[in-house]
Design a binder for this molecule. Structure first.
Ligand SMILES: *[C@@H]1O[C@H](CO)[C@@H](O)[C@H](O)[C@H]1NC(C)=O
Ligand SMILES: *[C@@H]1O[C@H](CO)[C@@H](O)[C@H](O)[C@H]1NC(C)=O
Ligand SMILES: [Cu+2]
Ligand SMILES: [Zn+2]
Length: 160
């Protein structure tokens, strides 16, 4: 059954405030791991919270993409924690040039099945995600990552 082994692919074009721009590729391997890769430019140097949010709705910019994608109704955490939202991908890091190169492998963001992230959004935040450990009232909900500076909707791409 070769068809069952094909990788599923998706893409998200990231657009935000102050000329933040980027593009991300998603490839779900047959074993269920999804690889997210690409780059985003125009960011302030340093850490930026990086999540899958529940909705692919940009009617009101990134603000209408809803909360972190959380089909298992857990608290916010680090990508390596058992207690995390499926959408919790931690932080990306922009260099002094404002460019973040991204390569993340994760088991909880499939491109198929009931917990698929297709049609949802990737969101980049202004501030670091404290991974649930910052002690702020928002730590266990959002990682206190601040404003949503850029986002993009995850859309199906041709598989090869
Ligand atoms: C799934 O396959 C990818 C690509 O070969 C690999 O990087 C990843 O470690 C594998 N994941 C698991 C859980 O085996
Ligand atoms: C999104 O929400 C932030 C913080 O509440 C607000 O400052 C900003 O103006 C909102 N953006 C839009 C497009 O509504
Ligand atoms: Cu977020
Ligand atoms: Zn979260």
């Amino acid at each position: 059954m070769e068809a069952a082994k094909a990788s599923v692919k998706a893409v998200a074009i990231i657009i935000g405030d102050n000329n933040v721009r980027g593009s991300l590729q998603f490839v779900q391997h047959p074993n269920g791991t999804t690889h997210v890769s690409g780059s985003i430019k125009g960011l302030s140097p340093g850490l930026h919270g990086f999540h899958i949010h529940a909705l692919g709705d940009t009617t009101n910019g990134c603000n209408s993409t809803g909360p972190h994608f959380n089909p298992l109704k857990k608290e916010h955490g680090a990508p390596t924690d058992d207690t995390r939202h499926a959408g919790d991908l931690g932080n990306i890091v922009a260099g002094p040039d404002g460019v973040a190169d991204i390569s993340i492998r994760d088991e909880q963001i499939p491109l198929s099945g009931v917990h698929s992230i297709l049609g949802r959004a990737v969101v980049v935040h202004a501030d670091p995600d404290d991974l649930g450990k910052g002690g702020h009232e928002l730590s266990k909900a959002t990682g206190n990552a601040g404003a949503r500076v850029a986002c993009g909707i995850i859309g199906l791409q041709s598989s090869v």
